[in-house]
Design a protein around this ligand. Structure first.
Ligand SMILES: Cc1cc2nc3c(=O)[nH]c(=O)nc-3n(C[C@H](O)[C@H](O)[C@H](O)COP(=O)(O)OP(=O)(O)OC[C@H]3O[C@@H](n4cnc5c(N)ncnc54)[C@H](O)[C@@H]3O)c2cc1C
Length: 358
């Protein structure tokens, strides 16, 4: 019997496992993919919250876990018929394969047991402990932290009643370079509407196109045409994932119909829908929620109180951040109706506000 089983070796799960081990708890981290694994993500350690938590909990990111450029100088925002806006903001920049593996290795060094290539199929509460199923095999623990991302199995296990729908984010990787400054992350509003958007960045000898590519294919080709993209290039590879921001449960999270805890099982990071609106970063909130979850477990063990009752008020502070950003997102949409200049100004203000959240 482990004290804690953590499901998912992303930033949320790796930090949860590391902190549990540092607290002297017996902890097992389970990951369905073989490690190191990549994740559909731009790989920017973006705002104040993410940058401070990564430094505080893991230290400076080593150069070999970053890409080229190792740091971005900021964002360039493009709204048709307006001047591109530069937002200077220095950010560590990585492939998630390397960044996340650096974090997972620290969990291992702290004393966490790690098993990769094993998919958790369900978790069930059973008289004061949890039964985690991996196909035929079961493992037991006192607590479970569900850090298994936007398509969370643990969320489905504890809320089988929820009718969940998703949106997919796509990514395409090309070799070479476009005539866009590789030290910036380029974000484009399409010609025909205010959202969704698409992005372009350079990593090493590649450039990556990301976002709502299914809806925006022809507009992306047209806009990027002026930077040397013919639209006839074939990507070296492409992939996609369920976007944490595109799960339909946000209303339920705000109303209390969807609670990110049940019995001794807590959800964190994207599994708890914590990807931020407006800036779309999720690493900071993933780390913050993991800290709250581990502190809640330690508190519950010391006091005998219900762990969910301890976790949910802490989680509520993260919900307040999401709600504020949703309001900002609505303001950006509103501004879009007033014209492109208004959209450009509101978009830049919104991203600045999101990045400054600590
Ligand atoms: C296109 C895109 C771009 C983004 N860009 C950024 C960015 O630049 N910066 C930023 O901060 N955020 C970005 N995000 C958001 C960010 O990727 C997520 O918010 C963040 O990865 C959440 O971390 P997590 O640890 O909660 O989950 P994840 O990183 O998704 O990790 C979950 C882990 O659980 C594992 N898992 C899933 N199911 C199971 C199972 N049943 N059993 C065992 N293991 C399982 C998965 O394999 C995975 O390793 C982006 C998201 C998208 C979609």
């Amino acid at each position: 019997m482990y004290d804690v089983i953590v499901v998912g070796a992303g930033p949320a799960g790796s930090l949860a496992a590391k902190k549990c081990a540092e607290q002297g708890l017996g902890v097992l981290l389970l990951e369905k993919s073989a490690l190191p694994r990549d994740k559909v993500c731009s790989g920017m350690v973006m705002g104040v919250m993410a940058q401070e938590l990564v430094r505080q909990e893991f230290g400076e990111i080593p150069y070999e876990s970053l890409t080229n450029p190792s740091h971005l100088a900021g964002f360039l925002l493009y709204v048709p018929e307006t001047e591109p806006q530069v937002l200077e903001y220095r950010m560590p920049f990585a492939w998630r394969r390397d960044l996340d593996f650096w974090m997972t290795q620290q969990a291992r060094q702290a004393g966490a047991d790690i098993r990769d290539g094993v998919k958790v199929v369900s978790v069930e509460p059973e008289s004061g402990h949890c039964v985690v199923r991996l196909g035929q095999e079961t493992i037991e623990s006192r607590f479970v932290i569900g850090a298994d991302g936007a398509n969370s199995t643990i969320r489905r296990s504890i809320h089988p009643e929820l009718n969940i729908t998703y949106r997919t984010a796509y990514r395409e990787c090309y070799s070479g370079e476009l005539a866009l400054d590789r030290n910036y992350f380029h974000w484009f509003a399409p010609l025909s509407r205010t959202s969704p958007r698409f992005s372009l960045c350079h990593k090493g000898e590649f450039f990556l196109l990301g976002g709502a590519l299914k809806q925006l294919r022809s507009e992306a080709n047209k806009i990027l045409g002026s930077y040397g993209f013919s639209g006839r290039e074939r990507p070296i590879w492409k992939d996609g994932c369920i976007s944490g921001a595109g799960v339909n449960l946000k209303g339920g999270l705000y109303s209390g119909a969807f609670i990110p805890a049940r019995d001794n099982i807590l959800l964190v990071g994207d599994a708890a829908l914590l990807q931020m609106p407006v800036s779309w970063d999720g690493i900071g909130m993933a780390l913050k929620s993991s800290l709250h979850a581990v502190e809640s477990i330690v508190d519950a063990l010391a006091t005998g109180r219900d762990v969910g009752e301890i976790y949910l008020p802490r989680f509520a502070s993260l919900l307040d951040i999401l709600k504020d950003l949703d309001l900002l997102g609505a303001r950006i949409e509103e501004a879009g109706k007033q014209g492109r200049k208004a959209l450009a100004a509101a978009w830049a203000d919104g991203i600045k506000a999101a990045l400054s959240i600590a």
